[in-house]
Design a protein around this ligand. Structure first.
Ligand code: SF4
Length: 329
């Protein structure tokens, strides 16, 4: 295997269920919800993240997030392909404009990992991934909506783009007078830390925009010293770094896990920001946590952690102009 660049590392991602079962000494019969190859959102996990799975445990919290299973093809009434109705907030190719003052750009449909609960797993990226020919329309939209001050690079995962493309795009948006803030939503620093290269750090450090990154971690087992070092470099490049998690049954729906996660994140210099309720995308039902149970867990977080380590427990609703906090007193 050639591990000389992050692209090569990514190209060596595991994409086959049987390879995973063999590697971790598991059998199909070990699972209540049987593993199943899913063609339109296949298994994908990069080598370094794969190594964090603990052998022989069908309930491993990382394995649970990445292993496709038979329940994913079951269609249920309260689940849909577009649970946040994002196709109604898509004014021009590549832009999602849902919230006042902020616009999200779907920089790519690709990710370093395929998370089974992802609410955008059915998103029409083909119709919405901007290439350079779409940039003038994006710029025009942002100039014409002068209340927009923050651009959120999302996807997919924006850090899957190459440095050249990313750097040029950031330069383009930084030339728009009303844009003051760049936000990068990415799971890459957690699942593919090798992507945090000196040239990416230069691009981030050199923009005049204010800079925020929101990483995505669900369980302390995902974190290690390599990530810690890369987060330090990102902070040195001028980023303020937050974390968002999704509350996932069988992965992190226990207060002690979330308490440990908040403490560990903070020791890396990351502020716990959001604990999102599941967006009910078709096939994600095995991750669902009832609101009553979420609130019980949250009460324990509140009484166990200083306020700055308690992420906001929120649910996004398609027609609300903000994420709704579930704990209000
Ligand atoms: S990294 Fe983010 S966008 Fe990509 S599959 Fe996972 S949750 Fe979805």
């Amino acid at each position: 295997m050639n591990y000389s660049s992050w692209q090569n590392i990514l190209a060596n991602s595991t994409t086959n269920i049987q390879d995973i079962l063999n590697k971790f000494s598991l059998n199909v019969g070990d699972f209540y919800d049987q593993p199943l190859e899913i063609d339109n959102f296949p298994i994908k996990i990069p080598p370094g993240f794969l190594k964090k799975i603990i052998s022989g445990d069908p309930n491993d919290p990382i394995l649970k997030q990445i292993l496709p299973s038979a329940s994913e093809i079951i269609k249920l009434k309260n689940y849909s392909y577009d649970p946040l109705l994002e196709n109604q907030s898509n004014p021009t190719h590549g832009i999602l404009h849902k919230f006042k003052g902020r616009a999200l750009v779907t920089m790519t449909g690709n990710c370093a990992i395929h998370c089974r609960y992802c609410f955008r797993k059915h998103f029409d990226y083909q119709a919405n991934t901007p290439s350079k020919k779409h940039w003038s329309k994006i710029k025009e939209y942002l100039i014409n909506h002068s209340d927009i001050f923050e651009i959120i690079l999302s996807g997919g995962d924006p850090l899957i783009n190459n440095d050249h493309y990313l750097g040029d795009f950031i330069q383009m948006i930084s030339s728009i007078p009303n844009i003051t803030t760049l936000r990068i939503h990415s799971r890459v620093p957690i699942v593919l830390p090798e992507r945090i290269t000196p040239s990416l750090l230069d691009i981030i450090a050199n923009t005049k925009l204010m800079k925020v990154m929101v990483v995505h971690t669900n369980h302390p087992q995902e974190l290690d010293q390599q990530i810690n070092s890369k987060i330090r470099l990102l902070k040195n490049a001028g980023l303020t770094i937050f974390n968002q998690s999704v509350l996932l049954a069988g992965v992190n729906n226990k207060a002690n896990i979330l308490i440990d996660l908040s403490k560990l994140l903070f020791s890396y210099g990351i502020i716990p920001y959001y604990l999102n309720m599941l967006d009910q995308v078709t096939g994600s039902q095995k991750f669902y946590v009832k609101q009553k149970d979420a609130l019980n867990i949250y009460q324990i977080l509140l009484s166990s952690l200083p306020g700055y380590l308690v992420p906001k427990l929120v649910q996004e609703h398609p027609n609300l102009p903000y994420k709704k906090p579930l704990f209000t007193h």
